[in-house]
Design a protein around this ligand. Structure first.
Ligand code: AKG
Ligand code: FE2
Length: 373
């Protein structure tokens, strides 16, 4: 059953504690893990998935299933998102970071948003959320700007039913004034429209990959959650090569797993993203030209009863170059309550999770990473 009308939601603490426990467990264990096969981030050309022939679409879906049950990360090429839109959003990230004066950024400060939208300064988040009050707590080096879905960014025009993370009939986005950053909103809109439609397409492939009808998620993504961020990582002051025995001091973004269903990530430069293998080794995600990185996030892991893997990752800029990235975290309609997907329940793997409303789960996870959360 996908939608459960009167089903109770999971408690907030369940969402928070399960996620923290998972992260702790992943960071602490794994040295003895025996892998059935190498941990890889495969390249998947999804061009055949746009074919009218179902067997072509199923062939791509099979590759996605393989990646999601192994590393939980893959690259896609053949996605059809134009180069101009990708360049324009990287440029928008640079302009927001470098051209918007500090007082204008302050007026968009994320601390003023109960939905975590707006400007997130570098010292606002900590490498290990939870220890931010400890004396030696290290701030992350990244700076960012967050926004979410709004019907005006959706090429379908939406269905008029968007609800915020807490179910409110409002939209929590905040934007710089057009006069302060001319053309910024347009670049965001052009890119967001592209990745939103790509995400809906990918969800159809996820459905096939999970032995569900291809349109299984369509009605759940008519006014979906879709938080995106412009991220800036400053050059390393003291660049250090990746070394499992050394403790990195300059962490751009601390170890975490993403919260929603899956992430579509665009990066300006090759290096920086590192993925934690089951043996507890940080593996650099290799850059693939023209590609996006796709990774499974926690809500989908939960929804698939753990069949699909949400994998811990972090970002360390080990170069003296600036790094920009644009993650897009795709969710379903925030007001949708879900139960474990039927194709992921077997006699050996009974449902592990109670029903949960998408927005409530994600809001709780966002609160847990914030300073005052
Ligand atoms: O900047 C990146 O490459 C990854 C960002 C990321 O993991 C996140 O924002 O969750
Ligand atoms: Fe992430």
């Amino acid at each position: 059953m996908a939608a459960a009308a009167a089903a109770p939601s999971a408690t907030h603490s369940e969402a928070r504690q399960a996620a923290q426990a998972y992260l702790n467990e992943r960071l602490a264990n794994g040295h003895d893990a025996k892998l059935a096969r190498p941990f890889t981030v495969p390249d998947i050309n999804i061009a055949p998935s746009f074919s009218s022939n179902i067997s072509d679409r199923k062939a791509v879906a099979a590759q996605i299933r393989d990646a999601c049950t192994n590393s939980g990360f893959f690259h896609i090429t053949g996605h059809g998102v134009p180069k101009e839109a990708r360049q324009a959003i990287i440029n928008a990230a640079k302009r927001f970071t470098k051209e918007l004066p500090r007082p204008k950024k302050e007026s968009l400060h994320v601390k003023n948003s109960k939905y975590f939208r707006g400007w997130e300064p570098a010292d606002y988040t900590y490498v290990n959320p939870g220890d931010w009050s400890a004396e030696n707590a290290a701030p992350e080096t990244k700076e960012g700007f967050n926004w979410g879905y709004e019907a005006g960014l959706d090429p379908t025009g939406g269905d008029g039913q968007y609800r915020e993370l807490d179910g409110e009939d409002v939209n929590g986005n905040v934007w710089p004034a057009e006069a302060d950053l001319p053309g910024f909103y347009d670049a965001v809109k052009q890119y967001y429209a592209e990745v939103l439609q790509l995400a809906r397409h990918l969800f159809r492939l996820f459905a096939l990959s999970l032995d569900l009808p291809e349109n299984y998620f369509d009605a759940m993504t008519t006014h979906p959650g879709g938080i995106a961020r412009l991220l800036y990582y400053p050059p390393a002051k003291d660049p250090q090569p990746l070394d499992p025995n050394q403790k990195d001091k300059e962490i751009g973004l601390g170890a975490h797993s993403d919260y929603e269903c899956f992430t579509i990530l665009l990066c300006s430069t090759a290096s920086g993203l590192e993925i934690l293998s089951p043996e507890n080794v940080w593996v650099p995600a290799p850059a693939v030209e023209e590609s996006f990185v796709i990774n499974v996030a926690d809500f989908l892991m939960r929804w698939t009863n753990g069949v699909y893997r949400s994998t811990v990752h972090r970002v360390v800029n080990r170069t003296t170059n600036e790094r920009y990235s644009i993650p897009f975290f795709f969710s379903i309609n925030y007001d949708q309550t879900v139960e474990t997907l039927p194709s992921c329940i077997t006699a050996d793997n009974p449902s592990k999770y109670p029903p949960v409303k998408a927005g409530e789960y994600i809001l709780e996870r966002l609160k847990a990473t914030a300073k005052d959360g």
